[in-house]
Every structure is written in C-alpha cells, then in structure tokens.
Ligand binder design. Structure first.
Ligand SMILES: [Zn+2]
Length: 213
C-alpha cells in the first residue's frame, strides 16, 4: 500500500497538480492504492473542500475519476457527462471549482470505446441523447483523414480519432465560453489539459502539446 503526502493546496502550481494526477494514475495502473483513512478524511472535510483538480470526464461507469487517479474525498471536483461535453452547466461547474474552491487544473478526459463518441460517429439521434451527440458533432466534422464508408462507430480508428479531437474541441469551448477560465489562465492561477483514458491499460494519456500549464 502506498501513501501520499498531504497536498499543499494553496501554493500548488498547475504543473504540480498535474504531477499528482499522473502519479496517482500510475499507482492505479500498478494496483498499489495509497492508504486512506476515509472516516478521518471525512471529518477533516466536513466544513470545507479544496479540490486541487477539476475534471470534466465521461459518465461511463468504467471511468471513475477518484479510482483512476487514486485520489480521495475532497481531491477532485468531478464533472461527468456522457461524452465529456462542455455544455454551459459543465462550464459553470468548472468555473465554480477554479474560482471559489481553488482547483489549480482543469482536465478534460475522454476515454477509449466511448459510447457517446460512437453515437456521434453514427449521427445517432433519440430523445435527449441528441443534446449530447449535437455537442460531439464538431469533433466528428473535424476528423478529416478518414473517408466514407469508414466514418462510423464500427471503425475503431475513426472512433479514437474523434475521441481525441472531441477532448480538444471541448477545451476550446470551455476557454471560448468562459471569461472566468480565460482570466484565471491568463493570470496563470490555473492550467488546462486534455487526456484520454484507456479502458484496457488504465493509463491516462495526457496531451501535453495543447496544454496550457
Ligand atoms: Zn464515454
């Protein structure tokens, strides 16, 4: 069993926040969870929270953020919607975490074999599910390398390319639609990064190239 040093949340830089997530993900992959006294942590947190990271992830039951990053109660402000879409409510939640709870990094995390991404690849429309796939369509359109008749969910290469593009697109949407996020990024008080979680390996591959840290 591993342990984790207490996080100095106030003085944490966005890069240090990312490093904590990377380390936690490595523990998860290696199956060496840190020791946790949950009743003690619950007691410490009963009056306030200071989650060091705000993550917009998918609702997929296999992508529990606290497990994937081996974090505890109070560590991750977790915003989860099918397809990790940055709708206004999701952006509002991220703004709240960064501005009022002190989160130092926003992570937008997609994952392999995502049902919502697959639905968008097939232009699936039904009930309110359409509200989700609509927000994923820009990523489908942004994928230019694969041609018909291979642009559908049966093509895993297409699905994973759209998944990656979707993470980038949602980050763009967050920055474009949030003056609060833009301001905090400019002041270097927070960072933002995308990542894709592999259901098979357990690894989150972060996209350092397009990150603002
Ligand atoms: Zn998903």
């Amino acid at each position: 069993m591993g342990t984790q040093k207490k996080i100095n949340r106030e003085n944490l830089s966005p890069k240090e926040a990312l490093a904590i997530l990377v380390d936690g993900n490595q523990r998860f992959i290696n199956d060496v969870k840190r020791d946790q006294n949950l009743s003690l942590i619950r007691e410490e947190l009963k009056e306030k929270q200071e989650p060091f990271a705000a993550v917009l992830g998918c609702s997929d039951s296999r992508t529990s953020l606290e497990l994937i990053f081996d974090q505890s109660l109070g560590d991750i402000f977790s915003v989860r919607l099918a397809g990790n879409v940055a709708c206004k409510n999701a952006i509002g939640s991220l703004e709240y975490a960064c501005k009022y709870l002190g989160s130092k990094i926003i992570v937008v995390m997609g994952h392999s074999n995502c049902g919502a991404v697959k639905a968008a690849c097939d232009n699936f429309k039904e009930g309110n599910i359409e509200e989700i796939t609509k927000l994923l369509q820009p990523a489908v359109s942004n994928e230019k390398t694969i041609t018909e008749p291979h642009r559908n969910s049966k093509n895993s290469d297409f699905v994973s390319k759209v998944c990656f593009l979707n993470v980038q697109k949602q980050i763009e949407t967050i920055i474009n639609q949030s003056d609060i996020v833009k301001d905090l990024l400019q002041k270097k008080q927070i960072g933002i990064i995308g990542g894709v979680y592999s259901l098979a390996s357990g690894q989150v591959e972060f996209d350092l190239q397009s990150a603002v840290l």
